[in-house]
Ligand binder design. Sequence first.
Ligand SMILES: [Zn+2]
Length: 417
Amino acid sequence: MAPATRPKPLVCGPRLLADLEALSRFGRRATDHGIDRPAYSPSYRAALDWLRSRMEEAGLTVRMDAAGNLIGRLGRSSGPAVVCGSHIDTVPGGGALDGALGVVAGLEVARQLTDLVPGLTRAYEVVAFADEEGAYLSEIGVRAMVGDVSPDEVRSACGPDGPLADVLSRFGLNAADLSLAARPPSDFAAYLELHIEQGPVLQTLGKRIGIVTEIVGLLTGDLTFFGEANHAGTTPLPMRKDAFRAAAETVSAAFAAVETEFPAETRLTFGNIQLAPGAANVVPATAKLTYEIRAGDEALIDALHSRVLALAGRAAQRCRVEVADRTLARDAAAPMAPEMIATLESVASARGVETVRMPSGAGHDAQVMAGVCPTGMIFVPSIDGVSHNPSERTDVDDILLGASLLCHAVFDVLGCR
Ligand SMILES: [Zn+2]
């Protein structure tokens, strides 16, 4: 008999899809089916309770840590675990797959291990990390787990239901105990996350599986131009000190530079502008531009930042205004581990599945785990690149293929073939 050529999925498709559907009901709006499930909210609590019972049914030992991460464990009760995870909180009006797919697929992996590997000698965990979307504090769950949340951040964090400390207390947790969620790197053998791409690249390339090479770094800042308010009717253009004109010239020159001088995956965004005094008949005295630069390579971020500053300086000079730059946030790029990339590529190619390497332009829990253990990520295509939106969709076959590869990769890393 000819050998089967199709990849043999280990996952039970109907069960996984039913789990995704069940989870999507928590916080789902009746109107547009967008999901409102911010971390620590009542809808989030209900979703966690549901997930806990699904984990227990799968034979996992389940606990919630001091940051609200839900952890299901299989196999040895101590020692390093191979971990699959993601998040089940959503942005306001979010979709059913962002984060949820990685958690539900991780749960399905646990069931396969229970069924196929009785007496697992190593440990496997599936984790739903708290507040990946940052309703209160971005990626607080995973950061607390690796011991990277400062008490100051926690004290000042505030979100849709008030200060984080109050919200945690209503949730049954204590902000002062958050550091108890920290675990040593020796707790983690490897981390794997399945996620929707949330962009159009895979669909455009006609590929079903992306292997993430790195999660890009990010620099956010603002540029403020200081000119002089004056009468819009009586002041001739060459005599103005127009702060907005300098800002506008900077923006167009910066876009021209990024498109001609930098690799295509470099991202530059001017997401906000504020003009003062802000009246139709007054030459703007100040213009404050918020910018964000993302790239997989720190040197590229620095190079583009310098280029934008130089262009801003030149525009300011031309317009006879002053300019000041301020950095608001800097997140380092997080490379995925070469051995995890190799494992994911080899389980795919062993099953005749083509993959493409790609950076992740969005942040994920994996970027924090990458700092403590070998980490890898699988992307499946987002239809039309849509995410953070009620119409976020992925083809069912792609969902199951991604989950199946995740499962094979975990078996491989655990040494169960
Ligand atoms: Zn996500």
